[in-house]
Write a protein that binds this ligand. Sequence first.
Ligand SMILES: *Cc1c(COP(=O)(O)O)cnc(C)c1O
Length: 426
Amino acid sequence: MDHRRRVPRTDVVLADPRLEAAAARLGRGAIKAAVIAAQERARAGEIAPEEVADAAVAALPAGMRAVHNATGVVLHTNLGRAALSAAAIEAVVTAAGSTDVELDLGTGRRARRGRDALGALAAAVPDAGGVHVVNNGAAALVLTATALAAGREIVVSRGEMVEIGDGFRLPELLESTGARLREVGTTNRTSVADYTAAITPDTGFVLKVHPSNFVVRGFTSAAGIAELAGAVTVPVVADIGSGLLRPDPLLPDEPDAATTLRAGADLVVASGDKLLGGPQAGLLLGAAPLVERLRRHPLARALRVDKLTLAALHATVTGPVTPTWQALRTDPELLRERTERLRDDVGAGEVVPSVAVVGGGGAPDLELPSWALALPERYAAPLRQGDPPVAGRVERGRLLLDLRCVGAGHDAAVAGAIRAVLQDGD
Ligand SMILES: *Cc1c(COP(=O)(O)O)cnc(C)c1O
């Protein structure tokens, strides 16, 4: 059989609507290259001539895909932690072109970069005399350790030497700056006296780390921020992890920036994309001179956030409630109704109780009662690779689809993706 003759011409393949649509996104050059590669595969007999367009579409770079989070994990690290609010997404789109991130439109002069976002944070946490934002929580710690303790000591409890995930450990991160860790206390108990006994003229600061992804129970005690701040003269830095700016009654065990500063911490370090529900960012809030030192440190330039982050952060702090906030508070009864509707819509599965969690972002003890559509486990992979992709959770041989972290407006899209996979499977 002569494959060559039957291989469709380039202009014929390029007229495929899927490839035409992709050309707007990826440019003509990339589409043409994919078509030529597919034609070559057809000539080599690897694929049939009528598969050229499909092969070209499949070979196009997809980029990051939007995934429906039906895992029941509110802040899922592998799904990008916090989903941005509609307001934050709109702000990101607006800021994507040329924007006044560092320009005062009134005077035409240079202005402080990200002043809107920083101002919003300062207004939300009046106890913070100074505010700065860097790339993420880890960067905020690195900047703090470098500026305040490089070549000196950081005093930290043995109970707070945390691994944050993917093999990254806070002690190693801190030591990478040239600071030395002065470990005090034990895994389960550390007293104020342990800290004060360790402080020398070589101490840069005392660090308190919130164990956001584990809990120690039983015979335990830890020095509180207030006691510690009253007992030492060096700065007390608190890594609160989650990014709550104010107390949240739903999350009584999660520290917040306002309360931590009022208790006497000199500096609070937190993430922007955990419970705050914003973009990936590292928040630094605290005593004005301390924050100014960090802001002016040469390393600050290397850890600077981009305009998209600043735009999303501003909209998150000033805007309506975030998807994270909503997911934490959705009424289980409402979730049961939505899940039943989903089952009726797809005509398959069983509605079962589920337990949702906050996830890597904090509150390891909090269980959020929820509901899920249970399907056979074999649907997990095709749903993940479906259109749109839906990520569920496999538990005891079943695939559970928990709608708690799926925006209410997206149920129909999730149903459509499930139906497509069920039809394919039949
Ligand atoms: C998450 C976390 C970090 C790291 O923050 P990133 O924004 O992920 O870099 C540091 N400390 C604590 C206590 C955390 O929970």
